[in-house]
Design a protein around this ligand. Sequence first.
Ligand SMILES: *Cc1c(COP(=O)(O)O)cnc(C)c1O
Length: 486
Amino acid sequence: MFRSTRQNRPASGERAIVEGMDGDGGLFVPKVLPALSLDELYSLDYRGLSSRILGAYFPGFAEEKIKRIVSEAYDDRFAVPEVVNLREAGGVYFLELFHGPTLAFKDIALSVLPSLYMESKKKMGSDKGTLFLTATSGDTGSAALAAFSGMPEVASVVLYPENGVGSIQECQMLRYSEGRSLAVAYDGDFDAIQGFVKRVMTDKDILGRDIDLASANSINIGRLIPQVAYYFYAYARLVSDGAIKAGEKINFVVPTGNFGNVFAGYFARRMGLPVGRLICALNRNRSLGKLFKTGRFRRRKRLIKTITPAMDILVPSNLERLLYYAAGEESEAVLELTRSLRTRGAFRIPGPALAGMNGFASYWASEKDTLSAINYVYSRHGYLIDPHTAVGYHAYLQYKSRARDKTKTVILATAHPFKFPATVLKALGKDCDDEFLGLEVLSGITGIETSASLTGLEKYRARKSVWTADSAESKLKARLKACGLR
Ligand SMILES: *Cc1c(COP(=O)(O)O)cnc(C)c1O
């Protein structure tokens, strides 16, 4: 059972997934976290773990149905047999979450979300068509399109800032832009796109009431729960490899943007996984500031464009879930904090509640730190990491030296290094601005084969189209008509 952060009324898992957000702007959270036997979880493979955890959070679904959703989601589009992979380099462990079709961790949750959504809709008795409308600054878009392609009765439109994504990211989206799935460049920045999406989602008159509207962003609880599985998986692997004893605590470092990935780790800890610290790795935008130390949050004025675009965020959309737990699961306190955030762009968590956030820490990396981390890990340990993962590595070093904590640590590797070849090459001391050429160069230097999902992408550039702020609404309507949904 779920509830909203802003009111105590219970909501079924189906409703939480279909509605995405509560009517009053609250986010759905589990009413009680399911208790699972850890011994049992350790003995399962990745798909088994995933099914067991999804089943515990969504008891309204039959076990067989969940198993089918999981096995169809994690098919041979994932390049490693266990969906994710754990490897050691230089005394720390990297949990590789980037072996899915679009090479970033978002594939893991977005591969199960469409079927969870469709099943939920069926249970709620809606037979309308669905439009998934998603704003993206890069990785969410391609993962969502890849996941929704071929779903019946679903149209998917992804909007990305015309000059705001890398050419590989753009071509990855355009590759899946066919049939009822469409990726469109929007003549505006990410904020403008989010404004447009929000307007269409809240003003039901724009598209009419004969269609269900949904979004693939991580405010949807259906994006968070599937991620819980890999925290358990990493732990179980460390135990079975003899790196830790069962029951020993480990730390996780999570490259953080909207605070969705690390939240799944928080759920895992509350479900009993022996986790010491959850360390949020931030880029120069330092969205969380010194929140965990002082309880104070202030929205920064200006967004800085960095080499880790997926973490260029000012106010993490899952912050409200964190406030909910910090505020002792009290709606009144959440409302007060969010009101303060809305009116003053700032809030302060009172002292006693701050203690509840002890398990979190945050460190940030400059662009120089990020490039050095890529270079260091590759030259010293022969392991190539992407810029987001490198922010994680830098945060790990910072934490280790300041906290003098020897706990074994897992860094979540959130993207494949070949997704950002220009930046990775720069870190290795080679300049190459053309990302596609960069891929070849990088493959040549490292001897790592370019993943099949990245080869031949350039030709999809021809599919590019642009919507302006003035035309977007009418184009969207025409699009629905063309998909037979209106
Ligand atoms: C989305 C993304 C992140 C940030 O994850 P959140 O869940 O938004 O905190 C980090 N790294 C990569 C590569 C991403 O695509």
